[in-house]
Ligand binder design. Sequence first.
Ligand SMILES: [Zn+2]
Length: 473
Amino acid sequence: MNSHRDTETQSQRFFSVSFCLCGLFLFVSSLFLGVVRAQNRTGTLLYEGARLIIGDDSAPIEIGAFIVRDGRITAVGRGGDVKPPAGAARVDLTGKTVMPTLIDAHVHIGYESYSSWGAHNYTAQNVLDHLQREAFYGVDATQSVGSSPMDASLQFQRDQQAGKFPRASRFLFMPGMAPPNGGPDEVLREGTRELHAVNEVSTAAEARTAIRAMAAKKVGSVKIWVDDRRGTYPKMTPEVYNAVIDEAHKHGMKVHAHATTLPDQKAVVRAGADVLVHLVQGAPLDEELMALLREKRPYWATVIGLGDHSEVCDNDPFVDQSLPDAVIAKIRATTTARGLSANCAPPGPNAPTRETTLLTNFPRMIANGARIVLGTDAGIHPGHTFGIADHHELARWVQLGLTPAQAIVAATSRPAELLGLKDMGTLAAGKEADFIVLDANPLDDVRNTRKIASVYLHGDRLDRDALRARWKR
Ligand SMILES: [Zn+2]
């Protein structure tokens, strides 16, 4: 009875009818959850006919099939090779492309609230909204770096794991560490100071104590800033960051290091930082850094989009659908640059130099062993917003020399590896059924990651229409 072939739309209709039969309560609660749960007699679904991009840089399977049961993928292969159990429902995805969901290893969650920004916006509800925006755009794990208050974040994670929230991107976070009055840029610092999200340490001993306290709470990573902001901030000393990295590694923790100058990037890579954040601005790279990259092979979160022109200026429905119209209008009406705030000012005088530097430095970093991972700095100000920033970053990488396949690896399996998300990042048996169904092939043009037909999280089809309606209300 369930062996009929149905298109996605027909499946949806079928599921809606089932829900009505199951009674109003289930229907309403499913709306609340923001998901359409795929239901059939055996609980097993065969998705067939789509091109499958695995996420590990292997060749795509042109006409593939995969089986999902209880939120997990149980088999993946070529169309004829995957045999569903009797009674499995079939979903015809002919003409579509399926890829794993994205993982963003560097955002700042909780502070932005569309047009306003600050610690006053930081609530579980707002954290959830940001994670829903990420999920809407196909990002199924989102790591907030150095700006999330520890205890509230641990509580949010417990609640999310316990299923207390509607389906959204999985929340990951790490505390920050900086010298007193140092660390995040002056906007973010206002927020982190109010929430005590950054551990302020002056000595190696204080740093080690802070790391041990994090390790005791099973926090897996820490962010450090090594930056004097052109002489206006105290900068973390080598004594302190060496202690941070040494102590963190003793506890199996990873260290993400913000460093934006050539000497600072060399210093943190040499000291053993696991993840570099940012690119060296306004300077050519040298052979000494290249040798360090080849030796240490750090992960690298580029966050290029933060310095780019805002896509909100482009009248692109893909961008506009998750932002209230008033926010869009405000950004478009801003035609003079104001710090990092989203605006539609013409490119500044430094833009051509920045681009030239990027075109030279980006491929060199990659060629010498920097392991690129998706990171966006989304949420650091209004308008540089969740989900959109991920697709922007992917497109930028390809512009700067990655192939679309390399970009997809850097946004899926590699961040999964970095973050220790063993059940995410590829389409493979045993992994969570987290995938994006696309109307076009991103291997032909990476901007096709934006042609999202649907997003599935843990086997559930995300109700993107309901989310879109909420944001446009
Ligand atoms: Zn950041």
